[in-house]
Design a protein around this ligand. Sequence first.
Ligand code: NAD
Length: 375
Amino acid sequence: MRLFVPKEIQSLETRVALVPAAVSKLVGMGALVAIESGSGMAAGHPDADYLSAGAAIIADRAAALGDADFVLRVLPAPLEEIALQKPGSLATGLMDPFGSRERIERYANGRITALCSELIPRSTLAQKMDVLSSQANLAGYMAVVTAADQLDSILPMMMTPAGTISPAKVFILGVGVAGLQAIATARRLGARVEAFDTRPVVEEQVKSLGARFVKIDIGEVGQTEQGYARELTPEQVQKQREGMAKVCASSDIVITTAKVFGRKAPILLTREMISGMRPGSIIVDLAAEGGGNVEETIVDREIVTPSGVRIIGWAALERKVPRHASQMFAANMVNLIDHFWDREAKTFPLKTDDEIIQGCMLTHDGHIVHDRFKA
Ligand code: NAD
């Protein structure tokens, strides 16, 4: 089976879908792996390292897309490249299924089986293939490190002959994978951390990391079977904003990670709340790409408001640590392939009755097959 990794061509992207160690593993399993020349450079992996790992280095991207049985990408494929893949072949990686219907239709029309990384089930078995988790972990860490770097003060308490410095106050909004990692990172740096999430089950996790859970009574919310938050009513959002305003005003850093799977991120920090924060404080909006949790966020930009609050809206902050982000992304890819790999035939047999495949398979055999996207 021929696997192909095209170079990520979006200008801000630094990651690569397979790193050389992942290639070695796949080659050891009997796969033929081809990498577009230069794919790993931004993540610290020159072509020579891929060659040593057993990959072929490809200059002709279009031809390799047409040859491949399985195409592995980080970002959603450019629409015009989908038809280059041969019918019956597979594709995986992030596909932004809620953002582009056309991409899904093109995969179906091309008779390509699209295994969408965003839809990998949140189950214990599939955790090792879960790109959203592996990348969110790094984004949560980077949110704190980026904010700490831009803050006009330090995070830990310091007692010196010149006086005592109080610890910085960090408020984390949304305690999923990224939020938990942000709490842990801010705590390690010595900050005083508070956090809030609409799913009451996270309160214990917040406390176990040494942070305070902010209580805001917004009524019944709960979570979906997959562990995702449910969308709030406008009244609940309003209550939440009121409950958070004071916490934000007294925080040096606010990190927002609040997402609702398949929907636009809720706006939780309004202009008014931001103007209540002190000049020099920092907001990192990890939900920027999905619409943002902060009224003034601009995706992939850092802005300073008239009242002196810096809002950082970089999409996919894990891109700032491409070596580790790629290492983890590639491990997710290898784990997916390895889980189903037929070692004798050296192929990826498509088990359409398997629950992981059913969870993430968007298109197959000329049709959109995923329940959520059929209609
Ligand atoms: P996510 O990225 O969808 O959302 C981030 C967080 O924002 C979530 O905790 C969500 O509850 C919260 N949120 C949504 N609306 C909010 C609001 N208005 N105010 C405050 N917070 C709000 O979440 P995620 O990181 O992908 O994790 C979702 C869940 O899936 C978690 O329970 C996580 O533990 C679970 N999970 C399970 C597995 C597994 O079992 N394999 C893997 C990954 C994640």
